[in-house]
Each structure stands twice: as structure tokens, then as C-alpha cells.
Write a protein that binds this ligand. Structure first.
Ligand SMILES: Cc1cc2nc3c(=O)[nH]c(=O)nc-3n(C[C@H](O)[C@H](O)[C@H](O)COP(=O)(O)O)c2cc1C
Length: 210
């Protein structure tokens, strides 16, 4: 099949787009409003986009609390969403009033960051502290503004729980079991039995370390 992606006339019972870009990592984003109230929400239009320095970005469908807070305070935190934290992650996606602390709502523990004011989820094995770099507006179907914008953050600090670093000094992704979003209501999880390694032509361990 083929369809006009701007008209989005796929004719299927559900839009397949998100199922075609799957799995998508989940940026589980902590931010603070101007009054210092905590906000936590998951975003799967999320990814790492550059390294050294590292940049991440997420797409917000309208000015939700995370976007609003980040514009107001210039900082946010990305917590790794994992299999063990899947229910809590889902709870924090609830459509609650501005100023409601979803971190508390999900029974999670807030722990202080080093360089930014929003707290991290203490239960998460890996956390990025970010400063707001830029918000990129997008064009809608009619050439006017899109509801979505891309919020880009510079990663200024990284926390990794020591028990997730192997004896070889690698982050144990399979142990952390990150979850990722598919289409519809689908998710996937990274585990030992569904990962594999492949070496790029000419890639050495020395290059990997760069
Ligand atoms: C796994 C998952 C991924 C999500 N990804 C996005 C996303 O990429 N963009 C978005 O606008 N909403 C996304 N949502 C919905 C938001 O989490 C939801 O609207 C939330 O209430 C926003 O919170 P906030 O207003 O506190 O920022 C996602 C929800 C879930 C459960």
C-alpha cells in the first residue's frame, strides 16, 4: 500500500506511523514549574541526537506541562524507563492538572541532581541532567504551525547506578531492561535474549572508547 502522508489517508483502522518507527526509546522527563513543583511524564518521540557534548530531544504534542516548564526554567532531566518501572512510567502519563507531582503520584522517590534543579527518579538506573538548548517549531499540514514542537536539550550530567556497570566497565543495558514504545498500545523491552553484537568494518575497541 501507499498513502499521502500529509493527508494521512491510510484507510487503516489506526494510524500505522508509530508502529513503523518502533521501538522508540522513552524519555521519562522530570521538570519543575516556576514555583518549584515537580512534573514527570514519558515521551517516546524521544532520542539521543548527538554526542560529545550529548544532545537529546523530544516531541511534545502541544504545550504540555513538560514543555511549558522547560521553557520557563531552562532545565530538565531524562530518566531511563525500565521494565521494573513500567507501571510507574505509565502512571506518570496520566492527564492531571498542572502542578500535580506525578513522581509522587506513582510512588517514586525524588533524588537531587548535581547541575540542574529538577530531581531525578532515584529508582531509575541511568539519568541525564539537561539544559534546554532550543525548541524547534514544526509546520502543520496546512503550512501553519504544527501542534508538535521538538525540545532539544544538552546533556550536562549523567548518573549511572554503580550496580549497572559491568566488571568490564560497560553499562549493562540488558540488566537495566529499558522499555520502548511501539505503535498502538505496544511496548518492547531490551533483555539479554534479544540483543546481539555486531562489529562495524574497521571498528576497534579503541575507536569505541572515543
Ligand atoms: C510511553 C508513552 C510515551 C508518550 N510519548 C509522548 C510523546 O512523545 N509526545 C507527547 O506529546 N506525549 C506523549 N505521551 C503522552 C504524555 O506522556 C502525556 O500527555 C502526559 O500527560 C504529558 O505530561 P505533562 O503535561 O506533565 O508533560 C506518551 C505517553 C506514554 C505512556
Amino acid at each position: 500500500m501507499y498513502y499521502d502522508a500529509v493527508k494521512n489517508d491510510h484507510g487503516l483502522p489506526h494510524d500505522p506511523f508509530k508502529a513503523l518507527v518502533a521501538p522508540r526509546p522513552i524519555g521519562w522527563i522530570t521538570s519543575l514549574n516556576e514555583e518549584g513543583k515537580i512534573n514527570l511524564a514519558p515521551y517516546s518521540f524521544f532520542n539521543a541526537m548527538a554526542s560529545n557534548p550529548h544532545y537529546v530531544c523530544f516531541g511534545s504534542g502541544g504545550m504540555k506541562d513538560s514543555w511549558r516548564n522547560i521553557e520557563a526554567t531552562g532545565e530538565f532531566v531524562c530518566n531511563l524507563a525500565t521494565w521494573d518501572l513500567r507501571e510507574e512510567m505509565n502512571t506518570t502519563s496520566a492527564d492531571v492538572a498542572h502542578g500535580v507531582d506525578e513522581l509522587k503520584l506513582a510512588g517514586l522517590t525524588a533524588a537531587p541532581c548535581k547541575l540542574v534543579k529538577p530531581p531525578m527518579v532515584a529508582e531509575s538506573p541511568a539519568v541525564f541532567e539537561c539544559t534546554h538548548f532550543q525548541t524547534v517549531p514544526l509546520e502543520g499540514a496546512d503550512g501553519g504551525p504544527h501542534a508538535y514542537a521538538i525540545i532539544v536539550g544538552k546533556v550536562v550530567g549523567i548518573h549511572i547506578r554503580d550496580d549497572f556497570i559491568t566488571e568490564q566497565g560497560l553499562f549493562d543495558t540488558a540488566k537495566a531492561m529499558p522499555i520502548a514504545r511501539g505503535g498502538y498500545h505496544d511496548y518492547s523491552v531490551v533483555r539479554e535474549d534479544n540483543t546481539f553484537s555486531m562489529t562495524r568494518p574497521g571498528m576497534t575497541d579503541a575507536k569505541l572508547a572515543e
